[in-house]
Design a protein around this ligand. Sequence first.
Ligand SMILES: [Zn+2]
Length: 265
Amino acid sequence: MHIAPGVEMLELKAELMDGPSMFYPTLLWDQRDVVLVDAGFPGMASLIRGAIEQARVPFEKITRIIITHHDLDHIGSLGDLRRELPHPVQVLSHAEEVPYIQGELIPIKMTPAMRKQMEEQMKGVSEERRQAMQSMMDAMKNQKLKVDRTISDGEVLPYCGGIQIIHTPGHTPGHVCLFHITSKTMIAGDALFVENGRLGPAPSFINADTRMAIESLRKLAGCDIASIIAYHGGLYRDYPNQRLVQILHESGASAVRQLKTEEER
Ligand SMILES: [Zn+2]
């Protein structure tokens, strides 16, 4: 879906354990750079390529891939995409995500409890789907991923008219949101979800630290946002800033009280 000049929301459909799911990576481009934000589950490289070409951007023109965080659905096809591109691309992430992306640490949410929950879930699915999930996990183990450049809070990357990095820890420690300045598009990764047209925080059971994740949303409210792209749920355009303040309020974050006193001044 075309969002603004040089901004496309890619729409990927995949069959997972609990049936079909949609994923929304973002593509940003200008004369010099083509930047892909997030890289899908393992095995999604050709889907991603197709979606990019549908947006009339040549896949070969990708120069950089920015990873919002290390969860499997965001880094799964990174290795394949890199291999398929005819030239070296730069992979960027927050420093705190690097050891997880590079496989030096086990994913932060792979706690024994989470592993158990996944095993339980696997029991309920068809053999075919179970095998597909298993081969996805196996494919991941064999990938040697590498981050080439780290990004940090407040930094403005000089690509595609300027991409502001907002460190939003909580879902994972080094989770980032990206604000595309010229189009006022907030690429939210998993900091925000859209469900049935409604914008909300990520469900707490998938966060490493939900309190921190909510607190991080206050940073987003400081930007003048026209569109939000949630990796899960897609586009949200209904007064994004107002909705963010509402979410903070609903979450009972102390952040709201502070935000209000700032507004009163
Ligand atoms: Zn995700």
